[in-house]
Design a protein. Structure first.
Length: 477
């Protein structure tokens, strides 16, 4: 168990280090500047189209990433056939995805078809990239997966940074430039990963058995439903906002949503790794319970640092990044910081549910959660406009987390002491940020001190155990 924990810990540290350096730099240094240049309304149109395309993600990526990571982790000897199966299925689903997106766009009168096409191609390439990384992770090449985890954003950072900030930059930069550079970056990393996998996987066998693909598709139906429901819960609200108001309101929300997007990049990397680890341990309830608790301890500390940093510095962060800041934007961002925390914890339980094959139960609850989200947004948007989205998102995220904890109850049991210990740590972290924020020091000093004290308190409350971490360091993988 300790070697598994040690390898997991090393990869989490590498994931955080690489992605904290690169992905936030891309999101806040590139995407933010693009929005400042093209304007809130133009970016709002892109964001509405992007989220509309994301609603069809259940076809573009019908759970293949997690499904294959789980399947390959348990059947590594069969990778020579599972790998080509993924490629064939990806091509099949991508074709259906393109058709459905354009039919849906025609129905709701999203008529900028060039913008739509580029977003669709990027979506296909980005999910192919994640699928290929899922195979790498399932094969146990965790550090290789970690290396690739931010390579796409690194390429975008370099290429887009040149056009945005160099003296040779074209003053006519528009949203299409950003999307085209994204396409080039995704294509490059996919080609590189395919090259590596074809070298790692010996005797690749393309088998065109229809019966076999039907079986794989049947097994993927639960994942397809999960991806569709999650996309509806977390993305349909923006599309509804765009249809009921205007592109400016959507662009406004995208400014605050960017922080959730940045946090999710780290959270989802953590989750992808967890699916492979939990799947490998799924036959041993004792070990998987230990690993789940270990994962929650790490993610709670990380989330306290991220969420409270955003909450207590919302005005400063927004004014530093954007040329125009709406009066309600800081409140929206503070609410989103709470969503980040809830979403992060929920993803640990979500990874467990995938690994123990309990997604059917989760889907049942998510049907009602999606309905709640749609109905509440339709009721609140006419009155509260953009402010209604984060309020509804907090509610539905909380309900989803409760449902996941309930489904996982047979695999993980927290006693009252463990629960209260984590709760007291969270409250203590909040108070640390509050006290330091109001101590009269500079913002940057307050940020550093608050996060250091939060991490120190994690050891005091034994959320992080220094002796266990030291032992993990001494054990050879």
């Amino acid at each position: 168990m300790r070697p598994m924990k040690r390898e997991f810990t090393i990869n989490i540290i590498l994931l955080l280090f690489i992605n904290i350096l690169i992905k936030p730099a891309y999101i806040f240094g590139i995407e933010t500047e693009v929005q400042n240049i093209v304007g809130t309304e133009a970016y709002g149109m892109y964001f509405a189209y992007f989220n509309f395309v994301f609603l069809f993600q259940f076809i573009n990526d019908p759970g293949l990433q997690n499904y294959n990571a789980q399947l390959i982790a348990k059947n590594r000897e069969s990778v020579s056939t599972l790998f080509p199966d993924l490629l064939m299925l990806k091509f099949f689903f991508s074709t259906i995805f393109i058709i459905l997106v354009f039919i849906g766009a025609y129905i709701i009168k999203f008529d900028n078809y060039l913008l739509l096409l580029l977003i669709v191609i990027n979506s296909i390439l980005s999910t192919l990239f994640l699928n290929l990384r899922g195979i790498v992770s399932g094969l146990g090449y965790y550090r290789l997966d970690t290396f690739f985890s931010a390579l796409d954003k690194l390429l975008m950072l370099v290429l887009m940074g040149f056009f945005l900030y160099s003296p040779y930059a074209n003053p006519g930069f528009n949203i299409f430039w950003m999307i085209t550079i994204q396409l080039i970056s995704y294509l490059a990393v996919c080609i590189l990963l395919l090259f590596i996998l074809f070298r790692k996987v010996k005797h690749v066998q393309f088998d065109f058995s229809t019966a076999k693909y039907k079986n794989v598709l049947k097994n993927s139906l639960v994942y397809i439903a999960t991806v569709f429901l999650l996309a509806g819960i977390y993305r349909a609200d923006t599309v509804i906002l765009g249809l009921m108001t205007n592109d400016f309101q959507v662009g406004l929300y995208s400014k605050a949503y960017r922080f959730l997007d940045a946090s999710n990049m780290v959270i989802l990397l953590f989750t992808t790794l967890l699916v492979s680890v939990f799947s490998a341990l799924s036959d041993n309830k004792k070990e998987i319970e230990s690993m789940v608790k270990f994962s929650i301890q790490i993610i709670v500390v990380v989330l306290c640092c991220i969420s409270f940093t955003i909450y207590f510095n919302a005005e400063f962060l927004l004014s530093s990044l954007y040329d125009v800041v709406d009066v309600n934007l800081s409140l929206i961002l503070k609410i989103i910081s709470l969503i980040i925390f809830i979403f992060g914890v929920a993803n640990v339980f979500g990874a467990l549910i995938i690994s123990i094959n309990e997604l059917k139960k989760l889907n049942f609850y998510m049907i009602f959660i999606l309905l709640i989200s749609i109905v509440l947004n339709y009721i609140l948007i006419p009155t509260y406009q953009v402010l209604s989205l984060p309020i509804v998102a907090v509610l539905v995220s909380s309900i989803l987390l409760i449902a996941e904890i309930y489904i996982s109850k047979d695999y993980i049991k927290f006693n009252m002491y463990e629960f209260l210990n984590v709760l007291i740590f969270i409250i203590t972290s909040f108070l640390i940020f509050y006290i330091v924020k109001n101590a009269g020091m500079s913002i940057f000093a307050a940020l550093i001190i608050s996060n250091i004290l939060t991490i120190m308190s994690a050891f005091v409350f034994k959320i992080l155990n220094i002796q266990e971490l030291y032992k993990l360091k001494q054990i050879k993988s």
